[in-house]
Design a protein around this ligand. Structure first.
Ligand SMILES: [Zn+2]
Length: 179
């Protein structure tokens, strides 16, 4: 059994086919590496299924881009070797080496963008997000094995059109947990 990762999400309908937040969405200068699940800031995020926490770290920070807030990611390795990434979290409740149960709360939904720091010189995609009301969400990625850290990957997007090695489309994995 799989658990939907954000019980308080606005909807359990997954964005797809190029919609905002869908996997490999074309965002002008970047492609989206995950699937976005929109939810109020501070919503509990739970592990979809059991696994071992293999990494926790900073996902975005104002030191990297001035219009970013500080958010975190968690990597969980599952029994079949698939690794899930929970990102854009404002808080993390677990540590590397922990085993988590399916349904266990592991963090809280955060918000990446700081609208006050977005200017006319910010990328068009970022300006559009501000105009659309800067939503908070869980950014979820899925990998076949441990994620590589390609230089063209930043903040959940890939620049230059090349898909990161062993990145999977998380849509069907998430769909299994939606019912
Ligand atoms: Zn995303």
């Amino acid at each position: 059994m799989k658990f939907w990762p954000v019980p308080e999400s606005h909807s359990r309908r997954l964005p797809q086919g190029g919609e905002p937040g869908s996997f490999w969405e074309n965002r002008d200068d970047r492609y989206h590496c995950g699937v976005d699940i929109y939810a109020p800031k501070g919503s509990a995020v739970r592990a979809i299924e059991e696994g071992e926490v293999i990494d926790v770290g900073e996902f975005t920070s104002p030191e990297v881009l001035p219009y970013w807030n500080r958010t975190y990611y968690i990597l969980v390795r599952h029994h079949d070797g698939v690794v899930s990434k929970y990102a854009e979290l404002e808080k993390v409740n677990i540590r590397v080496g922990d085993f988590v149960r399916g349904g266990q709360v592991i963090g809280l939904v955060g918000s990446v963008l700081n609208p006050e720091k977005i200017t006319e010189t910010s990328p068009s995609y970022i300006r559009r997000l501000k105009e659309n009301g800067n939503q908070s969400m869980l950014h979820f990625e899925l990998y076949e094995g441990t994620p590589a850290r390609p230089a063209n990957y930043l903040g959940g997007n890939s620049f230059g059109g090349k898909k990161p090695k062993n990145l999977l489309d998380a849509t069907s994995y998430l769909k299994d947990s939606a019912s």
